[in-house]
Design a protein around this ligand. Structure first.
Ligand code: SAH
Ligand code: DHB
Ligand code: MG
Length: 218
């Protein structure tokens, strides 16, 4: 099993199950032109987030880590009329690219609110509860983001966290990489927090070997 077949299968699945989407393609192209890193969710993962948000009946969505707004567009498309999304981004350049991509996708500031700043500063200023939360910013703070998210949740809030497997390194308690430690802190908190039922799944694909955590607030 190699990364190459993972990418081939991702391309096959996305080609079969995802409609051609010039708006999403343009969002990635413009993020690339602006020099943003290639770390957005894969297309089939974006659609997974979109479907999960719809399954949850989400009318209010919180995203932590916007980048160029690729996952944001997938999530915003899950909202019903009158729904709202808040997305937190530290880097003003990333936020500018995201706003342009969101505008082209038809989402003005009345629907998607891009908040620039360190998410741990922004989150306490937000009014919850949110129905659905996607945590995908810096990995060192994953557990801190989960704590802040709980303050913005209600029973039934769905929480999805990206990048919790880190090429399998999450299972090594001696790995001292800060991102790996951040993922382990998140898993520990998911396990110990009485207000949460959680699982995590490994993923392979065009983005390599990683995984998502999924949590439901009781
Ligand atoms: N969700 C995006 C990818 C996000 S990449 C997608 O799938 O399309 C992670 C993003 O988190 C980057 O844009 C990075 O600038 C941002 N970030 C890093 N540290 C942050 C912080 N402390 N607060 C908010 N955003 C942060
Ligand atoms: C990386 C991947 C991500 O999905 C992310 O949100 C941040 C970083 C990475 O592979 O470095
Ligand atoms: Mg990610």
């Amino acid at each position: 099993m190699t990364d190459q077949i993972w990418t081939e299968v991702d391309d096959y699945l996305a080609g079969a199950l995802l409609a051609p989407d010039p708006v999403l393609d343009a969002a990635l192209a413009d993020a690339d032109t602006a020099g943003l890193p290639h770390i957005a969710v894969a297309p089939n993962q974006g659609k997974l987030l979109h479907l999960l948000a719809r399954m949850a009946g989400a009318r209010t969505i919180l995203e932590i880590g916007t980048l160029g707004g690729y996952s944001t567009i997938w999530l915003a498309r899950a909202l019903p009329a009158g729904g709202k999304l808040v997305t937190c981004e530290y880097d003003p350049k990333h936020a500018e690219v995201a706003k342009a991509n969101l505008a082209r996708a038809g989402f003005g500031e009345d629907v998607v609110d891009v908040r620039v700043g360190a998410a741990l500063d922004t989150l306490p200023t937000l009014a919850g509860p949110f129905d659905f939360v996607f945590i995908d910013a810096d990995k060192v703070n994953l557990a801190n983001y989960l704590r802040a998210t709980l303050d913005l949740s209600r029973p039934g809030t769905t929480i999805v966290v990206d990048n919790v497997v880190r090429q399998g390194r999450v299972a090594d308690p001696d790995d001292d990489d800060p991102n790996v430690r951040g993922a382990r802190e998140l898993i520990d908190l998911l396990a110990s927090e009485d207000r949460i039922d959680a699982t995590a799944v490994q993923t392979v694909g065009g983005k390599g070997y990683d995984g998502f955590a999924l949590a439901l607030v009781r």
